[in-house]
Ligand binder design. Structure first.
Ligand SMILES: [Zn+2]
Length: 300
């Protein structure tokens, strides 16, 4: 088997595609790679998601492995240039493929990957990846959809290096069927996955508006001073505010429409929420979000 390692190295060197990922240090311990606030396409090639490295003094903990093998490789190499040390653990926040298709890269290195029970039951895992159909084949090269090596079915606390790592599973469907957030109490840092969006309109298509608002109320009780969402650049203590305000306003307006007996199509035309019109992805996602909210709330 000894010949396999040089083979991998030469394959990855031969690949024509290289992600230009820029590490951004947001606290002394946390460095993140912020993706473009847009949908996956052939120009960002899947660099439209946030992933982070936490330095535990003896190793890195990675939150979300990114959208492909080559994305994970580029992030890893950028971090080794800053401080060479191994990755000890990768945590997947949820099953949407832009957040975990880099798993194969780390599993090949023998790194443990944690994900929620959703990775066992959600059929999304086995359907053809959205990333693969939207990015260029060169950017997707070497990517093998790889499940977490360990499944988390209840809240858990781990210690790695000098960090305490709390895994919190959301009780209800929120952004996805089972969102898992990472909280590090010593540095009051919260990695909220796609429960927090900034700098673009969120996607409610696969979620539940009531569960999502409830999840954000819960995250608020953690009193984090640094909050990193799955998409967008804002990372201060109020980084979840825009997501909360957008969902709350939508729920209020859609409920009002339902109570007044207004149908789905009219509600979609009515609930425009113009203050969000300048946000990226408003045109592609907002109407669908109202549609999804209406279908959930009409059963209340
Ligand atoms: Zn997502």
């Amino acid at each position: 088997m000894r010949w396999m390692l040089p083979l991998f190295i030469s394959l990855s060197t031969l690949s024509g595609f290289e992600f230009d990922l820029k590490p951004q240090r947001i606290t002394p311990e946390i460095t993140c790679f912020f993706g473009e606030p847009e949908a996956m396409n052939k120009s960002n090639n899947g660099n439209m998601v946030n992933t982070c490295y936490v330095d535990t003094k003896k190793s890195y903990v990675v939150i979300d492995s990114g959208s492909s093998y080559l994305y994970a490789d580029a992030a890893y190499k950028a971090m080794q240039k800053i401080k060479p040390q191994p990755v000890e653990l990768v945590i997947n926040t949820h099953v949407h493929d832009d957040h975990w298709l880099g798993n194969g890269y780390f599993v090949q290195k023998g790194v443990m990957v944690l994900g929620s029970v959703d990775f066992v039951y959600n059929s999304i895992i086995d359907s053809p990846s959205r990333i693969q159909t939207h990015v260029s084949p060169e950017a997707y090269e070497f990517t093998v959809p790889t499940r977490p090596t360990e499944i988390i079915s209840e809240d858990k606390t781990l210690t790695i290096g000098d960090q305490i790592i709390e895994l919190h599973l959301m009780k209800k469907k929120a952004h996805s069927d089972k969102d898992m957030v990472v909280f590090m109490p010593k540095i009051k840092a919260l990695f909220a996955g796609d429960l927090v969006f900034n700098d673009r309109v969120l996607s409610l298509r696969d979620g539940d508006i009531n569960g999502w608002i409830e999840a954000l109320d819960y995250l608020d009780t953690l009193k984090a001073t640094t909050i990193v969402g799955g998409h967008g650049f804002r990372t201060d203590k109020d980084a979840a505010k825009m997501t909360y305000a957008y969902l709350s306003q939508m729920r209020t307006e859609v409920r009002e429409a339902i109570v007044s007996g207004i149908g789905l199509d009219e509600t979609i035309k009515k609930v425009k929420m113009p203050e969000y019109q300048s946000q990226k992805m408003y045109d592609t996602l907002h109407r669908g979000n109202v549609d999804a909210a209406y279908r959930m709330l009409e059963w209340e």
